[in-house]
Design a protein around this ligand. Structure first.
Ligand SMILES: Nc1ncnc2c1ncn2[C@@H]1O[C@H](COP(=O)(O)OP(=O)(O)OP(=O)(O)O)[C@@H](O)[C@H]1O
Ligand SMILES: [Zn+2]
Length: 922
């Protein structure tokens, strides 16, 4: 049998041998066909072949149930490539094809070998006659259920239609059934066997323990420089110091796109060529990055979990998780991509308590949302939480990491023999835990309120209880009809009443502090450092902060992990530095206002950019109306007006530059006051909501109205900025160094003209702007935490005194006032952000690209991205300094490199000392 199977394997699939002994054993069992079979093997182990080869060899048809049409399509294509007759009946199938398939199935000897079908289709009435007919003629050779964990409510991908497969299986008593799943916890395995009604199945389960994988956990918050730590780990894992070739490659998993970009950048800066991979990249770029990694041209891929499905690379020497995985199941699968060749490999998690709080918060939120949608709680809701708890436990508990994993998956305790940090040196692990505990104690003022469970989880956390911190809470008071807003309003109504009582002094001082919920994302949430400041009030402030940050981050990233984590940081900083509840609220208000100011600025800038490249407006799914949205709609309203205005301005051939500048400044007065009134309106609204949270809903709509008004009065904002940019451009070009002047030798009026029409008239420039957009697209979505931190430190413009005389509101130009409005006195130069840096870099680099100094456009973009990061890194440098540095860096680069051929060319390029650079370029 073995020889004929191997021959068939070679003939039909082109493989010389089975992928593993287990694969071979499964195939043999399925071919025998006397028992049901249960297969639990890791992703990429070659499960599909376990039913595909027997299907080819059997008489009749193998019915394969698969959950997704996309997966089915891949499988069918793959089989057809090997000339194996396979097809699928699904809702998307054209009627003609469907008829052809049904005709073949109805014939006396169908040609088809594998029929793929979704669980929904197999249960549909239209398919029943066909199924009955095949059964009655004994034409079904096997029933294969792929991704069988979808049948289990404990699995994350639970699909109710999978439950119906049990009935199907019962209807086909003589047909052997095969259920396949990737590594699944014990309870999921049991669920599968039971729900699919498998009869005394032969189980083929890959042992969970893999002795070539070394697991360890590092507490990121204890590290002085986590990137340097990661870098050292990678160097060791890839044996980069030993100079050996063919050292393999690695994966760093990050939770967010921003994280990927930042880590990839930091690693590259430290000397290890790394590239980011995430859904924010264009499909082509993603494929390119994946190919480069597969071919070993890029050693490290820094990816979100979207990377790895179907990636089968043997020599992955390490998998590092920069953020905590969302479950132990996922972690096992993701880390399991290391060492497929059986050689020693490392799996490391960089654990952080902040990650834990955030993921926990989001999982609970998600569960909450699902329950509210469906109106009831389900066992399956707990799966995500318990699986995440297991992940946390893996990191926080003393003990063998391999044993923790094996136990979770229901395997026996393995003989680790030093293949994890605990088994190789328990003292180090214990010391780390002790340091982490000490850090926590230092930050928690009230130890009595800290979670009491062994891993920071309280045992009854998800069980409900009097305070309803668990599942019951989500079902409280028929919340099926109550939306988040209503609930929040109710909470704040209670809070408001309590605050009023406190103010009147009617509330006793000794009132119990209400501890934070389990999913409370606040830092030092249990601290009662500020008298009378409640957790709920802090949460409300946190939400306002997040909302204000949202405006800066763009719709796609709305309320993502990073905006929350930033908001948490800001809130905590304010909390730490405030002495009273009122001071705390005032400080939050200030930050919120500052954020909205930045948001307005960004909006103006990005509006101009979109306008320049002629891109359309992007829709926003934000449920809150922010200054951004209002500004956007206001801009749309006034677009034609503005165009007319700007057209008049730039086409005014009779006007000289001086007159233009004066008009520009005049406009600036209008717009800057409009901007500040918009900010004030927002601030007022926020203030109202802080003082009177009960009226959250009303306050919000008033807030919106006010913002709308403010935004309407800022009609000229974009105009002002268009014009301002023109003068900036003139100045920029005036101080261009000689070597770059040649490529930017335009007269000021040409530049002014070019500024509005360059894209329409100059394809080369379009490319430059597009490239800048690309750099920004990759960066802005991903604009790292640092970037946003810089933004949030910006203060709103100083209040300007207004003339009391209402008639003189339209101020005639006064140079000194104007100067102040543009550059507030005593304010250091505005730090340059990533987007601005990218603009500068692309602009200066574009001429070199056009001169063919880059082998590919990708290299040009990649270099621009690298430089932008490098330049945006510093905190205190202004735009002109960054420009000077950009020029110096580009000059330095091309002084040693004739033509950029590879990314290694700029590996050693570092930012020159800032002062030196400025002096050199003077
Ligand atoms: N005997 C074999 N020899 C070499 N390659 C094989 C063999 N069997 C399967 N493969 C290849 O291994 C890869 C993974 O196979 P497959 O997609 O079936 O894995 P899987 O276990 O089903 O993974 P998943 O859990 O993602 O569905 C495929 O590229 C497949 O062609
Ligand atoms: Zn161990």
């Amino acid at each position: 049998m073995t020889t004929s199977l191997k021959q068939a394997l070679k003939t039909h699939f082109g493989f010389d041998s089975f992928k593993s002994k287990l694969q071979e054993d499964v195939v043999k069992a399925v071919v025998r066909g006397d028992r049901d079979v249960f297969v639990c093997m890791p992703t990429g182990a070659g499960k599909s072949l376990c039913y595909q080869l027997p299907a080819v060899l059997a008489e009749g048809i193998t019915l394969v149930i698969s959950p997704l049409i996309a997966l089915i399509r891949d499988q069918v294509d793959h089989l057809r490539d090997h000339n194996i007759p396979a097809c699928s009946i699904n809702s998307k199938l054209p009627a003609v094809e469907r008829r052809l398939i049904l005709a073949d199935l109805g014939s006396s000897s169908p040609k088809l070998k594998l029929l793929y079908i979704t669980p929904e289709m197999v249960a549909s009435p239209s398919f029943q006659p066909c199924l009955t007919d095949l059964c009655s003629r004994s034409l079904l050779s096997h029933l294969a259920v792929d991704e069988a964990h979808c049948v289990s409510q404990w699995g994350h991908d639970f699909r109710p239609d999978y439950l119906k497969l049990g009935e199907l299986r019962a209807r086909l008593p003589g047909v052997p059934c095969l259920a396949l799943t990737a590594t699944a916890p014990k309870n999921v395995q049991e669920d599968i066997i039971q729900s699919l009604k498998l009869r005394l199945p032969l189980s083929f389960i890959t042992p969970v323990f893999r002795n070539n994988l070394h697991y360890d956990v590092i507490f990121r918050e204890l590290l002085p420089n986590p990137y340097v730590h990661l870098h050292a780990f990678i160097k060791k894992a890839l044996m980069l110091d030993s100079g050996s070739n063919g050292q393999g490659c690695g994966i760093v998993y990050c939770r967010t796109r921003e994280g990927c970009e930042t880590v990839a950048y930091q690693l590259t800066k430290l000397g290890i060529l790394s590239k980011a991979y995430h859904a924010g990249l264009k499909a082509g770029d993603r494929t390119e990055v994946q190919n480069e990694w597969m071919q070993g041209r890029v050693l490290v891929i820094v990816a979100t979990i979207s990377f790895g499905m179907g990636v089968d690379k043997a020599n992955v020497r390490f998998v590092a998780h920069w953020n905590l995985a969302k479950s132990l199941t996922s972690y096992y699968q993701e880390s399991g991509r290391a060492g497929r060749d059986g050689l020693p490999s490392s799996c490391r998690t960089y654990y952080s308590a902040k990650d834990k709080a955030q993921i926990n918060f989001f999982i609970c939120q998600d569960v909450n949302r699902r329950q509210r949608k469906r109106g009831s709680a389900k066992e399956s809701d707990k799966a995500a939480i318990t699986d995440f708890e297991a992940m946390v436990s893996f990191c926080e508990r003393e003990g063998c990491r391999h044993a923790t994993i094996s136990k979770f998956f229901g395997d026996k305790t393995p003989n680790c023999a030093g293949a994890c940090d605990f088994c190789s040196n328990p003292k180090v692990v214990q010391a780390q835990l002790a340091r982490a505990a000490a850090l926590r104690t230092n930050t928690l003022a009230a130890p009595s309120n800290t979670p009491k469970g062994p891993f920071g989880f309280q045992a009854d956390l998800y069980e409900g209880g009097k305070k309803g911190y668990g599942f019951e809470r989500y079902d409280e008071g028929g919340e099926g009809n109550e939306d988040d807003g209503t609930k929040r309003k109710k909470e704040f109504s209670d809070l408001f009443k309590k605050q009023m009582k406190l103010r009147k002094g009617s509330d006793s001082q000794g009132e119990d502090f209400i501890p934070p919920d389990a999913d409370c994302p606040l830092r030092e949430a249990s601290s009662q450092k500020i008298p009378k400041l409640t957790v709920k009030a802090r949460e409300h402030c946190l939400q306002l902060l997040q909302e204000s940050l949202y405006g800066q981050q763009g719709a796609e990233d709305a309320f993502n992990y990073d905006s929350l984590s930033l908001a948490v940081d800001i809130e905590h900083e304010v909390f730490k530095n405030s002495k009273s509840s009122n001071l705390y609220k005032a400080a939050v208000l200030k930050k919120v206002t500052a954020n909205f100011y930045v948001c307005l600025q960004q909006q103006r800038a990005s509006y101009l950019k979109r306008k320049r490249i002629g891109a359309g407006q992007r829709g926003s799914s934000n449920p809150f109306i922010t200054a951004k949205d209002l500004l956007k709609s206001s801009m749309l309203d006034t677009e034609s007006n503005k165009e007319k205005e700007s057209g008049r301005f730039f086409n005014d051939s009779s006007g000289d530059m001086k007159a233009k500048r004066e008009r520009l400044k005049e406009t600036n007065m209008d717009t800057s006051s409009a901007a500040s009134s918009s900010i004030k309106a927002r601030a007022k609204a926020v203030s109202a909501s802080l003082d009177n949270p009960t009226k959250g809903g009303k306050a919000m709509s008033k807030k919106q109205q006010k913002l709308a008004e403010a935004a309407k009065s800022s009609r000229n904002i974009s105009q002002y900025f268009t014009k301002k940019q023109t003068t900036e451009k003139i100045q920029e070009d005036a101080d261009m160094p000689e070597e770059l002047d040649a490529t930017f030798s335009h007269t000021p009026s040409e530049i002014a003209q070019e500024n509005i029409s360059r894209e329409q008239h100059s394809p080369a420039s379009v490319e430059a702007v597009e490239s800048s957009q690309d750099v920004i697209q990759a960066e802005s979505k991903t604009a790292g935490t640092d970037d946003i931190k810089e933004k949030r430190d910006l203060s709103p413009p100083a209040k300007r005194s207004r003339p009391t005389d209402g008639h003189s509101r339209r101020v005639t130009f006064n140079p000194s006032v104007q100067e102040r409005a543009l550059h507030p006195v005593n304010v250091p130069p505005k730090p340059v952000m990533l987007k601005e840096a990218a603009d500068i870099v692309v602009r200066y680099l574009d001429p070199f690209y056009k001169q063919g100094k880059f082998a590919t456009k990708e290299l040009f973009k990649s270099f621009a991205r690298y430089l932008s990061h490098l330049l945006a890194e510093g905190r205190s440098r202004g735009k002109s300094q960054v420009k000077a540095e950009a020029k110096a860096l580009i000059k330095k680069f091309f002084s040693s490199v004739q033509r950029c051929e590879s990314e290694a060319d700029w590996k050693h390029l570092k930012r020159p000392h800032s002062r030196k650079t400025t002096e050199k370029n003077k």
